[in-house]
Design a protein around this ligand. Sequence first.
Ligand code: ADP
Ligand code: TYD
Length: 221
Amino acid sequence: MRRRGIFITLEGIDGTGKSTQFRLLVDSLRRRGLTVCATREPGGTETGEKVRGILLASKTRRLAPLAELALIYAARAQHLEQVVRPALARGEIVVSDRYNDSSYAYQGYGRKLGVEAVRAFDRVVCGATQPDLTLLLDLAPRKSLDRAQGRETRRNSRHGRFEAQGLAFHRRVRQGYLEIAKREPRRVQVVRVGRPIAEIQAEIEGLVDEFLRQHLGIFLI
Ligand code: ADP
Ligand code: TYD
């Protein structure tokens, strides 16, 4: 028996359907009898949700990019200590809606802080707790921002700080994600999401099944 659980993350720019696919994946794993710790960033803990409030509120102005990065890693340290590492130690499957690739993509590329600044925080805070499998939901920013806009309109809410950044910012973020995927093709699986939800769900389940079969010898059919 392996002592350590499995760490799966979902990533992508805003509006690519991460939250939708996250819920579907967690439900499907649970239906198969697996113990899943479902969590998200920024957030995942009481302190983390407070930091999320600061990061996403459109009224938070003039937050220096390095302050943003430090806040995100503060929330991540809490999340790791309180939620992720204990669940992994219990042998659970941790599924997180965003994790450290978001920081490389948004702060490193989007905010132009560079990969090295993010890596410095990451070494200290995350250390060896890196995702085993990352599903990168990929869509052109023009389309994904339309989807995010549609969601906010239905909820009668407004764009948050990141969604309000505009196309050029999200193009850099997407480019960052795709470069990470190119550097780590075994860990990061790119899933194209310009198609129906059920098709994407089937591809993701296939990728996760294959991963669990290879790493745990679990057959999920
Ligand atoms: P994210 O968490 O990545 O921001 P969401 O899951 O909240 O994305 O999806 C954003 C919006 O797009 C929602 O209104 C959702 O219903 C819709 N959506 C999700 N997946 C698809 C899809 N494959 N095709 C069209 N619309 C989608
Ligand atoms: P989220 O609620 O997942 O947004 P969405 O559902 O619209 O995709 O995430 C909130 C925002 O936080 C998102 O715009 C990206 C940003 N973020 C970072 O900039 N860096 C990070 O490390 C994380 C985890 C999130």
